[in-house]
Design a protein. Structure first.
Lengths: 183, 161
């Protein structure tokens, strides 16, 4: 989130926008990352229980991630335009749960929603907070396409690093010694 | 009528818990990383070396979603394209342990940890596979438990467990 960790509101759904999947992009993603016949070959896919070509779940989810990144960057622009300093989002430690509920077919429009369901300071990464994010994707018929529980890092605004850690960080930055510390 | 695409592949009954498949290896280039990130994960730390150095990642690293996608591709090549797959159900326990950096080589194993018949769909079985992905130094990069549907050859034989 580009709001600071302290300002992030929980249990408030945020619309991330939608994406219409074309047959061409479904096949292109499938060929690279998930070349099962029902993701890459419309003719062969007719024999599957899906009855036709469907997007790889990994594709649908990757587009959902893109939607989230776009939303964060747009929010960052807004904060800067208002003269504020945006918060900092970090990499994600993982995904606790991902359920694929309905297939995505060529021409389907998928809308994504993000809800922060909880937050706490990280135990392993001083100065950072953890966000528990629920992502839900629905198709144009209102059917749930997938639902997922993701975890994200967000920088704490009001954090002061303890002296012990500041020393350790300083040592890490010394060439030679730093390498040993990073192990 | 049997599915003409998958009729000669391995069915649910042909799989065994504990079976392990070698995945990869595959080297990941800067071009691969930027190509994926441009489309799906355009955070500066996946697109720009300077921004990446200053981030938590410490250098240009693949999007976690790309690391997962490449691992999935390896599983398709090793297993899913050889079984009567009926698509993915979902996954759990996806942990990005360490970033996959520019020039790293990804490899790992996938182990069948569970096989059970679907309660509601007698023609489907649920295959669970545990991924254990590493870089070229043997450091763990990602773990993931993937659930995938596989067609049952003889749905009538033996009730769902």
């Amino acid at each position: 989130m580009t709001r600071w960790f302290e300002e992030i509101v929980t249990n408030e759904p945020i619309a991330l926008g939608s994406h219409t999947f074309t047959e061409q992009e479904i096949i292109r993603f499938g060929k690279r990352y998930d070349p099962q016949y029902f993701h890459i070959d419309p003719e062969a896919a007719r024999h599957s229980h899906f009855g036709g070509l469907i997007a790889s779940g990994w594709h649908t989810v990757s587009v959902g991630h893109r939607k989230m990144v776009d939303r964060l960057e747009a929010e960052e622009e807004t904060v800067r335009a208002e003269g504020g300093t945006p918060g900092v989002s970090g990499p994600s430690p993982g995904v606790n749960r991902m359920d694929f509920k309905a297939p995505v077919r060529p021409g389907d429009t998928v809308s994504y929603t993000l809800t922060v369901t909880g937050k706490r300071a990280s135990n392993s990464l001083p100065g950072w907070g953890l966000l528990f994010n629920l992502i839900e994707a629905h198709n144009q018929h209102g059917e749930l396409v997938y639902s997922a529980d993701l975890v994200g890092f967000s920088k704490l605004r009001d954090y002061r690093m303890p002296l012990r850690l500041r020393l350790a960080m300083a040592l890490r930055n010394i060439p030679g010694i730093g390498k040993v510390f990073r192990r | 009528m049997p599915n003409p695409i998958t009729h000669d592949r391995r069915y649910f009954e042909d799989l065994a818990e504990g079976e392990t498949f070698a995945l990869g290896p595959m080297k990941v280039t800067k071009t691969d990383i930027i190509e994926f990130a441009t489309e799906f994960d355009p955070f500066p730390f996946h697109l720009d070396e300077k921004a990446a150095k200053q981030s938590l990642l410490g250098g240009l690293a693949a999007s976690g979603w790309q690391t997962g996608g490449l691992s999935l591709r390896m599983l398709v090549d090793a297993l899913l394209s050889r079984v009567a797959s009926m698509g993915g159900l979902g996954f759990a326990g996806l942990k990005w342990k360490r970033p996959l950096m520019k020039g790293d080589t990804l490899s790992g194993t996938a182990t069948i940890t569970s096989l059970r018949r679907s309660n509601s769909r007698p023609e489907m079985g649920i295959l669970t596979v545990a991924f254990d992905m590493h870089n070229q130094r043997g450091e763990q990069v990602m773990t993931l438990n993937l659930a995938n549907l596989v067609e049952v050859r003889n749905p009538g034989a033996g009730a769902a467990q």
